[in-house]
Unconditional design. Sequence first.
Length: 220
Amino acid sequence: MRKILLATAATACLTLTACASGDPGGSHDSADKPPAAGASGPQPATPTPPAANTPAAPGPDAAALALGVASRTVGTELVGILEITPTTVVHTRKAHGTASRFGTFAVITTKDASLSANAADEEPANGTKGGWRWIAANGQSVFEGTGAAHKVLVSGYNGVGRIEPGGHQLRSEVFDLTPDQADGGGILVYVDAAGGDSRWRIPAVDFGPQVADVRKRLAS
């Protein structure tokens, strides 16, 4: 009887040993297991959030320069290189006793310098091409000298004619604007002899190093 009990115990022990040495998860195929966290393989698409502080698309006047920044232009008749720097703007209803016809004058002074070996001058206005114009915030375009603007002469800022190589002149452009055209400031535009378009942002308030001087000259 004892031999039978020992044989039975040995058989049970062998059975337990075989189970312990097998797959701890049993005989299930690994394909039946759920994928481990972070495992590679097709994943659902996740939308990418927009970058923070993404700049807006540039507007039509994004290339406009600040007042006081120079722009190189081609001289009239395609002769010479003229560097133009608008320096100061003054807004006034009257100048030399002359009232604005439409509401307000925008008087802008510039420094023109000849940078080439040939004398250079600004391109005069020619219909819708060449010369100076003001583009209002509402999109309206006003040429320099229209309305009563042609009557305003700023002494000391009235240089004219070709500028010799290495020389410069102080000049001024005057615009006669309606309240809507002056509201919010505008864009000063100069088109040179080659059709190049230079633009500057002009504030709606007096600004620049020569404001006091220009106001004094306009009042005399």
